[in-house]
Design a protein around this ligand. Structure first.
Ligand code: CMP
Length: 832
């Protein structure tokens, strides 16, 4: 028990000590984590020294306790790593990560392997130590450390893409290094030879296996969360369990990479979480993780510092020489990979090119930290290694980590200054200047109004406002010097701002409970696609992406095929109702942006560009309205019910806001508020259910809608219905193509289609039929027939066609007569 209390004292005291260095590190503009490592090392040396001398009992007790809480590899891996990795991966923008996945994987997997081999062989050659332990050292020191890198980058505020590249690399290459380490360590322990093929297979299995475990666990949690009700404490806690469980289950039970499991779990949570959790819960979740990350970071750096003296205990001049070689070789290898390897990706266009200044920061920013030290500790703790190897690895790794922490990290800021990476791009500079000029103008006007309103002395006000006029004039001058931003660029700046507003409006609707998480996700995917397209291809990209956002995506087409081929209607029903809901959400968000958002941007981009933006918005809204009308026409009852549901959701939201305001103004008491909330809770369930869309594809009902069959008895209709296959046709879909062989004819139960005749287009509506001529005449189709909106058709295959007509002389007569008439109009011959 006494022991526990001492451990608690030491841990909390270390944490308290650590956090006190945060303000100091900020004041001196020195990386916090590096400062902690330094403090840790100093304490480590003091303790090391104190251990040798006699002193009061409590000093001995404390010294022992600090030694006992001394870190082991297990503690780093199972306690610190999941939290640290989860926190950094949670904050990564998955879309940007995917954009740069090719360079990241190149560096993290191939780069790491190359670096391991280069370092391994050089060190073996220099030191005369066997190759396997040297390769092991190579694997340990080749992994850049996410913890150290992310911490430094946060301090420095680096450009987004650069941060993604380096953070992404360090998250993934940890996994690579740990896997490689495990394979090499097993080889050393068993005395086996290097089995390259086996090692590669094991690597792929462990790496991908980790991804799968993390992905599945996170998806399971995403499925579970909405079913638990909106209780933030539960949701946030479950993500903490997710981080630790995914790591432990992957490592311990499935024997795959725990790091990859945590990375993929965090990426899934990071991308899905926003549309599953309420915005306030999401905020709470990120705050909690920030805290956890901060504590873990503070403790790990100081604790890592503590063990440095032990690790370096036997270092001598020879080791120092080797260390110089190690650092040089490792950085040269990294430079070759970054400067030589990355350009190899350019021809594939898998990602944008990486500039030389970015590459330089990537080279210098490859810090090593806790993960490398923990791997070195694993070697120290393992029974299978010789003492000489243990000492060699622990000294080399510690020396290298210290080098990157004390030489690279503190100089990163200066390097970025030198490369000009802290400066804004010309476009951002122009935006900044315009924004500043606008604000100065507003302030000057406001000062004059305030001065007048409060009866201040006009000369004081004028003089004070004069300062702003001078600043404004300066800003104007600078703007003229710089203003080389074209109208096209302003348009794309404005468009991006509008898309961003659309995103925010969408998230706002989700927060208000007006749209479901599924609709939010689909809508956000559309805005993200359009944004990406603007970034990549400017206005052309925008137009293509907008058009694509209204077309039917592959998953919709898949659902159509499932219905057509196997009669499975579930997916199609869902796709269609999703489409309608997303269209509605987009329409309402865009209208709101047009009403309120546009004016905010207007002052920045100028009136001419604003006019163009308004036109673009109007065009998008028109397109959405048309697509929405097509669904509405086919499913009016559903559309109406959905609109009512939305109104009910908005009403509920307003009601809730009213009660909240009354509570805040003390108009009603807490008790009354709770009673009102309870009553609302019951209604909330009703308005948040999913509205079922009835595709209306029951054959008998559709047959009854076709007048040709209307006079037949119910038995006959049932019989005919068995031959006819219901089909939902989407707008502009071509059902029959001119020149094709005829394999079926179609009856129109609802909707309209256009027959493209040479004499001009002709519309066929409900109750009519088409595609009969090719069957009767055994000739190619005479015209294209395409849907004008959604249509419900009944398809009659050619074999069944004969059977049906033979048993129905009247029907046969009607159809052939009409076909003959059509042939006369269209000029094609008809056999009888
Ligand atoms: P088919 O030739 O199988 O494919 C094209 C279809 O267009 C044709 O059958 C008819 O069903 C339809 N079609 C051709 N000409 C006319 C017309 N004049 N009026 C209405 N429909 C026609």
């Amino acid at each position: 028990m006494e022991n526990v209390s001492v451990v608690v004292v030491v841990l909390t005291a270390l944490l308290a000590l650590a956090v006190m260095f945060l303000p100091i590190s900020r004041r001196f503009n020195f990386p916090y984590t590096v400062m902690l490592a330094l403090v840790g090392i100093i304490i480590g040396f003091v303790i090391h020294g104190l251990g040798q001398v006699e002193g009061p009992r409590f000093v001995g007790e404390l010294v022992d306790a600090v030694k006992n809480v001394g870190i082991t590899s297990g503690i780093v891996f199972f306690i610190f790593l999941p939290a640290l990795i989860f926190e950094s991966a949670l904050a990564i923008d998955v879309r940007r990560l995917i954009d740069d996945l090719a360079p990241i994987l190149l560096l993290a997997v191939i780069g790491l392997l190359i670096s391991t081999f280069v370092v391994g062989y050089s060190m073996s050659w220099v030191s005369g130590i066997a190759i396997l332990p040297c390769l092991l050292l190579g694997a340990i020191v080749s992994a850049t450390d996410p913890v150290a890198v992310v911490a430094i980058f946060k301090d420095l505020g680096v450009p987004k893409r650069l941060a993604i590249l380096v953070e992404g690399e360090s998250l993934f290459n940890d996994a690579t290094a740990i896997v490689l380490f495990t394979i090499l360590a097993a080889m050393i322990a068993s005395g086996a030879d290097v089995d390259l093929g086996g090692a590669i297979m094991a690597f792929v299995k462990v790496f991908l296996g980790g991804v799968v475990v993390g992905y599945l666990m996170a998806r399971a949690l995403c499925w579970l969360i909405p079913r638990l009700g909106d209780v933030p404490l539960v949701e946030v806690t479950l993500t903490i369990s997710l981080a630790y469980l995914s790591f432990a289950i992957a490592e311990h039970y499935v024997h795959v990479s725990g790091v990859m499991a945590v990375v993929s779990a965090a990426l899934v949570m990071g991308s899905r979480g926003r549309t599953i959790l309420s915005p306030s819960t999401w905020q709470g979740l990120t705050e909690t993780w920030k805290n956890i990350g901060f504590w873990a970071n503070s403790l790990i750096f100081i604790m890592v510092g503590l063990i440095v003296p032990t690790l370096l205990a036997q270092a001598g001049w020879q080791e120092l020489g080797w260390l110089v070689v190690l650092v040089s070789v490792a950085f040269v290898a990294r430079a070759v990979i970054i400067f030589g390897g990355l350009p190899l990706l350019n021809p594939f266009k898998a990602a944008g090119t990486v500039s030389n200044s970015f590459k330089t920061v990537m080279l210098w920013g490859g810090l090593r930290g806790a993960v490398s030290l923990a791997l070195a500790l694993t070697v120290l703790e393992a029974p299978g290694f010789e003492e000489q190897i243990k000492t060699f690895i622990s000294i080399m790794v510690t020396g290298f980590v210290l080098f990157t922490l004390f030489i690279n990290a503190p100089t990163m800021g200066r390097l970025m200054d030198m490369l000009g990476l802290n400066q804004l791009s010309p476009v951002d500079l122009a935006i900044r200047n315009r924004a500043m000029a606008l604000s100065l103008n507003n302030i000057r006007d406001a000062l004059e109004t305030v001065g007048k309103g409060q009866d201040m002395r006009s000369d004081v006000v004028a003089e004070f406002a004069g300062h702003y006029s001078t600043r404004l004039a300066d800003a104007d001058k600078e703007m003229q010097d710089l203003e080389d931003v074209s109208d096209e660029q302003w348009l794309s700046i404005g468009l991006r701002a509008l898309m961003d507003q659309e995103r925010k409006t969408c998230l706002g609707q989700f927060a208000d409970g007006v749209i479901s998480s599924n609709v939010t996700r689909l809508h956000l995917a559309v805005t993200d696609n359009i944004l990406d397209a603007i970034k990549a291809r400017g206005m052309d990209g925008y137009r293509d992406a907008v058009a694509a956002s209204l077309s039917f995506p592959p998953r919709f087409r898949l659902a159509l095929q499932l219905q057509r081929r196997f009669g499975i209607t579930g997916p199609l029903t869902r796709q269609l109702s999703d489409r309608f809901e997303v269209l509605r959400a987009k329409g309402s968000a865009l209208r709101r942006v047009r009403e309120s958002g546009l004016s905010n941007i207007a002052s920045l981009v100028g009136s001419e560009v604003t006019e163009q933006l308004k036109q673009l918005l109007d065009d998008r809204i028109d397109g959405i309205d048309r697509a929405q009308d097509a669904v509405r026409l086919q499913y009016p009852d559903y559309a109406r019910a959905l609109e009512e549901l939305y109104l009910a959701r908005i009403a509920l939201r307003l009601e809730e806001a009213d009660y909240k305001a009354m509570l805040d103004d003390s108009v009603i008491s807490h008790d009354v508020f709770s009673a009102l909330s309870d009553a609302m809770e019951k209604r909330r369930g009703a308005v948040h259910q999913r509205l079922e869309l009835d595709l209306g594809l029951e054959p008998e009902a559709l047959v009854a809608k076709v007048p040709l069959f209307a006079d037949l008895g119910t038995d006959r209709i049932r019989e005919i219905a068995k031959l006819l296959k219901p089909r939902l046709i989407v707008p502009d879909e071509m059902v029959v193509q001119k020149g094709d062989a005829g394999d079926a004819m179609y009856f129109i139960s609802s909707g309209s289609l256009r027959v493209e005749l040479e004499t001009g287009p002709l519309t066929l509506g409900s109750g009519s039929f088409f595609g009969e001529m090719a069957l009767i005449n055994a000739a190619p189709r005479v015209a294209d027939v395409a849907a004008m909106g959604f249509c419900q058709l009944l398809r009659l295959d050619s074999g069944d066609f004969r059977r049906l007509l033979d048993s129905n002389p009247v029907l046969k007569e009607t159809i052939t007569a009409i076909a003959r008439e059509r042939a006369a109009e269209g000029g094609a011959a008809t056999k009888t």
